[in-house]
Design a binder for this molecule. Sequence first.
Ligand SMILES: NC(=O)C1=CN([C@@H]2O[C@H](COP(=O)(O)OP(=O)(O)OC[C@H]3O[C@@H](n4cnc5c(N)ncnc54)[C@H](O)[C@@H]3O)[C@@H](O)[C@H]2O)C=CC1
Ligand SMILES: Nc1nc(=O)c2c([nH]1)NC[C@@H]1CN(c3ccc(C(=O)N[C@@H](CCC(=O)O)C(=O)O)cc3)C=[N+]21
Length: 333
Amino acid sequence: MDPNSASNNNSTGTVAPASNAMPCRTILASTIAKPYVQELADGLAVLGRQPKLVGFLANDDPAARMYADWSGKTCSEIGFDYELRVVDKDVLEEAIVDANEDDNVDGIMIYFPVFGGGQDQYLQQVLSKDKDVEGLSHLYVQNLYHNTRYLDPETKMQKSILPCTPLANVKILEYLGVYNPILPYGNRLFGRTITVVNRSEIVGRPLAALLANDGATVYSVDITGIQKFTRGEGIKLIKHHVAEVDLSLQEVAALSDVIITGVPSKQYKFPTEFIKEGAVCVNFSSEKNFNPEIKAKASLYVPSIGKVTIAMLLRNLLRLINNKQVRLSKTHV
Ligand SMILES: NC(=O)C1=CN([C@@H]2O[C@H](COP(=O)(O)OP(=O)(O)OC[C@H]3O[C@@H](n4cnc5c(N)ncnc54)[C@H](O)[C@@H]3O)[C@@H](O)[C@H]2O)C=CC1
Ligand SMILES: Nc1nc(=O)c2c([nH]1)NC[C@@H]1CN(c3ccc(C(=O)N[C@@H](CCC(=O)O)C(=O)O)cc3)C=[N+]21
């Protein structure tokens, strides 16, 4: 039996290497998600009711269907009330508006792609920001890009919502020790170099900004080229800035302590030979972007992150409920 296979888990959910094998450890998302799942269960107990999440499916994409079924199952396991609404593309906008106005619905998500491109971004903005569990509303993304942590900066009662997949990546890097807890909060990635292969508006670009805001040097790679995200010199600037760079993937990989991939293609494989010895490698794509030989190079490898993403999605849902309670209590004083 392959000692590195995921079926050979030990109790910590990591895979124990054979004594003479590569020192690489494969870390499963379920292990990293565990404390957050507990936090969610505790949060539900305090709340004393089952929050309702509605998911809209309006496409035939098998990946979206699978994710919808699987996220529904996870919600129910933890104790959230999940309802999948399968609707036709042409009535989706009205269906979102109905859910926005329905007091029984606490959170909403739309499984993408629906139409693809700009029309999907429009639909995402139709969704009320007060029910946006994925954190993709313009205000939340703008707060992320500007490193603004609260919706009410004066009173600091309502935390802004972070996009759940970028946030899941951050929690994974915290777990893996890439964040240095000895450094002050907000600067814990200082000195780290991270490559992110994906610059979509829903994951790669906000992720690069979030990591740069925490002090990292980030190379953001997409099919059009490579950009460098930093927070500028030392700790003077409060938010990231971006520059085009004239470096190859091989060159940025050689500089990188961490490589994060999110290419939605079966064929795509990150070239193993580019990876620095002992790098930390994380894949958030639903396809495997690293070859199995990754274990000869990486120190830590996270093959998929979905379970952590869902935990962050539900954490966002509790935060939305809390923010609403804060707003209501203000109007009743
Ligand atoms: N695990 C999770 O929680 C989540 C996983 N996903 C998965 O992540 C993947 C990406 O999703 P999206 O960002 O929405 O996709 P997208 O299609 O919007 O973006 C793909 C990105 O990859 C880049 N790319 C494609 N081919 C490349 C190549 N050969 N070299 C370098 N860059 C390349 C593109 O330029 C683009 O920036 C999908 O597989 C999706 O299912 C998405 C959301 C959550
Ligand atoms: N608004 C929106 N947000 C999304 O996040 C979104 C979407 N639409 N449309 C569809 C894609 C697909 N997607 C996946 C997430 C995790 C895994 C993943 O990590 N899956 C685990 C399986 C986990 C299990 O089954 O236990 C794995 O591959 O190992 C896969 C696919 C998110 N999507």
